[in-house]
Design a binder for this molecule. Structure first.
Ligand code: UT7
Length: 330
């Protein structure tokens, strides 16, 4: 009798949810207070509007509402989770972590909760991290959240950065389930993370508890970031294809970090991913950093594009630099 292929655990997406603050700021709104135009913003970035959190709406609140939506979608209770990871660069406080506030907000007293900071790549890094916990067998169900209030970090007099970002949160539930160890399995099939700290000056915040003792403002050499983005994204996506024996033709959906429509289109073109497979929500949300990928997943799942069994590539690149990809069979 031939042996069955040795199985392995997979981290399967069982729930997805998001939350966007009610206030929408359009490009036309920004034209009233900045030397900018809707035409410039749309042409250079694809952004048409962004959501901005209310003063009394901290990142943990956005994260908690997205988390509750994801749990309801998965049809499980908070007590069924044993791991919570929140990817954010805009925590309510220096500490404790947003993740423990989400844990408490969900009424969850078991398991472990912590934040992960990889700026715009945070959600991809958090998915990869949760996957390691789940597939090692140490944990069974993870909540992975990307949540940001970047509006709080912006220098609203700097037109080269403040038009680019928005606030929001998205979350998924991952559950360890047995798979065959093949690319036909449901779940996270592979993940590839990279960083290179030599690029820190190209995208950073000029404040923090151990330097200025304040929050600081986001600073970016946009053209420099742009110059590196496409190549870095292409590298980690290619790594994911190589590791799984898949190609761009096998993909159902490409769900990239939503920073700039031109970066998204150039990355897809370099990777030979057909334009109709590309999920682009930067027009609606602007760049929400760690929240951008789960927000885009939510839009594409809710409008019927992403369906169970689909092959979905997520990727991101951001401050650090950090960059990464994960290939998921939905
Ligand atoms: O999520 C993390 C990753 N971040 C990114 O991926 C962002 C990457 N970078 C970008 O998306 C683009 O570089 C930007 C959208 C930030 C800028 O686009 P660009 O085509 O690289 O423009 P630029 O920086 O080369 O600026 C072109 C011109 C400049 O004027 P001059 O010097 O040519 O006269 C800017 O002053 O556009 C001017 N400009 C603006 N004009 C109107 C910059 N911001 C604005 C603005 N409105 N908001």
């Amino acid at each position: 009798m031939p042996h069955a292929a040795p199985g392995r655990l997979r981290s399967v997406v069982t729930g997805l949810g998001c939350y966007l603050p009610k206030r929408i700021v359009s490009n036309a709104d920004l034209e009233k207070c900045l030397d900018t135009t809707d035409e410039w913003i749309v042409q250079r970035t694809g952004i048409r509007q962004r959501h901005v959190a209310a003063e009394d709406e901290p990142t943990s609140q956005l994260a908690l509402l997205a988390a509750k939506a994801a749990l309801a979608d998965a049809g499980i209770a908070a007590a069924d989770l044993d791991l919570v990871i929140v990817a954010t660069s805009t925590p309510d406080y220096t500490f404790p972590a947003v993740a423990v506030q989400v844990q408490a907000g969900l009424g969850m007293t078991n398991g472990v909760a912590f934040d992960l900071q990889a700026v715009c790549s945070g959600f991809v890094f958090a998915v990869a991290t949760a996957d390691k916990f789940l597939t090692s067998g140490s944990h069974r169900r993870a909540l992975v959240v990307g949540a940001e209030t970047f509006s709080r970090l912006l220098d609203w007099s700097d037109r080269s950065t403040c038009v680019l970002f928005g606030d929001g949160a998205g979350a998924i539930v991952l559950e360890a389930r047995p798979g065959q160890g093949t690319a036909s399995d449901r779940g996270v099939l592979t993940s590839h993370l990279r960083s290179d700290g030599r690029h820190r000056e190209k995208l950073y915040v000029d404040g923090g508890p151990s330097t200025t003792r304040s929050v600081g403002h986001l600073r970016m050499a946009g053209r420099e970031v742009f110059r590196h983005a496409v190549g870095m994204v292409a590298d980690v996506v290619t790594d994911a294809f190589s590791a799984t024996g898949t190609t761009a033709a096998d993909l159902d959906w490409f769900v990239p970090h939503q920073a700039n429509k031109r970066i998204i289109e150039a990355s897809a073109e370099k990777l030979a991913i057909a334009p109709e497979k590309v999920v682009c929500t930067v027009d609606l949300h602007a760049n929400t950093s760690a929240a951008s990928v789960p927000l885009a997943l939510s839009v594409a799942r809710d409008d019927g594009r992403i369906k169970p069994g689909d092959l979905v590539m997520i990727e991101a690149m951001g401050g650090g630099f950090t960059w990464g990809s994960a290939l998921i069979r939905w």
